[in-house]
Design a protein around this ligand. Structure first.
Ligand SMILES: [Zn+2]
Length: 331
């Protein structure tokens, strides 16, 4: 499309007839009495039309072009925008690339940055915090989930004695360990709290065929205490919620859903690696104390037979993937 108008040469008020033509390759041709030149649109300064002021093209050498009909030039310039769109389409790989890079950055931040920071913060946390948190969690569990043990006083005393003798032989733990007995309808299990409490459930005591088998699970729980997994995951989930809030600002329903899933996945990934660390701790202490991990493998097999009864809520299932863990121990 050719748009006619007039031009002012640089530093001159004289008007000359001129016309411009937008070429298909995104260049503009200007034809004047002196001749014609072509240049990329990008090198032109295009004044936005203000009220009744006409659109004006300013060339790099200072020459100005003013069309007779501003609307005609404006509609011709729409081509410029579609040309820009073409460029964007051509740079699609670039856009996809940056998106992928951004997603990777977030993933690394959530999978490595936050766990690392949680470790640093949890290690720097005063013991008093772990104790207060542990006590609070225990009273909540007692209130809503756990029942008093039904084990005999003698049975408790003998397990407690083994626990005391065993922990005396362990490298110093971040908080002094203690053993608690409770009853829980959700099957054989044990759990560690941040204050060093190891809670063993009646069903686990009943399931163990030898004292060493029970020791292996207690050692696994002490592995969680040794690595401060409880405080780390508490700090971590706090950091995750805070980061998600910061990253999303005012969150909408969709973002809530996505970030909720992200938080869940990240937490799950962490707890799996925590289980492996606790297993490794238990296995190495079993070897040191008893010269074998066999009781631990036997105990895992016993637990495996009780898994999958559907009684254990997933979020409370602290010992997932028993099968692969038995295999890991065998290696
Ligand atoms: Zn565990």
């Amino acid at each position: 499309m050719i748009v006619s108008g007039f031009c002012h040469l640089a530093r001159s008020s004289a008007k000359h007839d001129a016309s411009v033509e937008l070429l298909l390759d995104g260049r503009l041709r200007i034809m004047t009495e002196q001749g014609q030149q072509e240049l990329p649109l990008a090198e032109l300064e295009i004044s936005e039309p203000l009220g009744d002021l006409p659109v004006k093209l300013v060339f790099p050498d200072g020459m100005q072009f003013i069309p007779h009909d501003s609307r005609l030039l404006e509609s011709a310039l729409h081509y410029r925008q579609s040309a820009r769109l073409h460029r964007v389409e051509r740079s699609l790989p670039l856009i996809v690339g940056s998106l992928v890079a951004m997603v990777l950055l977030f993933v690394v931040f959530f999978t490595h940055g936050i766990p690392w920071l949680s470790g640093v913060l949890a290690r720097g946390m005063p013991t008093q915090v772990s104790v207060v948190v542990g006590e609070h969690v225990l009273s909540t569990l007692d209130e809503h989930l756990l029942d008093p043990t039904e084990l005999s006083i003698e049975q408790q005393a003998s397990i407690n004695q083994r626990f005391t003798d065993m922990t005396a032989q362990l490298p110093q733990l971040p908080v002094p360990p203690k053993l608690l007995f409770r009853s829980w309808g959700a099957g054989p299990n044990a759990m560690a709290l941040s204050d060093g409490s190891v809670i063993v459930f009646d069903a686990l005591v009943d399931l163990a065929e030898t004292p060493e088998q029970l020791d292996s699970i207690l050692l696994h729980e002490l592995g969680h205490v040794q690595h401060q997994h409880i405080m780390k995951s508490l700090v971590r989930s706090t950091l995750l919620s805070a980061s998600v809030a910061v990253l999303t600002g005012e969150s909408t329903g969709l973002i809530d859903t996505f970030s909720g899933a992200g938080v869940f996945l990240a937490t799950q990934g962490y707890s799996r690696s925590a289980e492996q660390e606790a297993d490794a701790y238990a296995a190495s202490q079993m070897k040191r104390l008893y010269g074998t991990v066999l009781p631990m493998q036997q105990m895992f097999r016993l637990l495996n037979t009780t898994e999958g009864n559907g009684e254990l809520p997933e979020w409370l299932s602290t010992h997932p993937e028993l099968k692969s863990r038995i295999e890991a121990l065998t290696e």
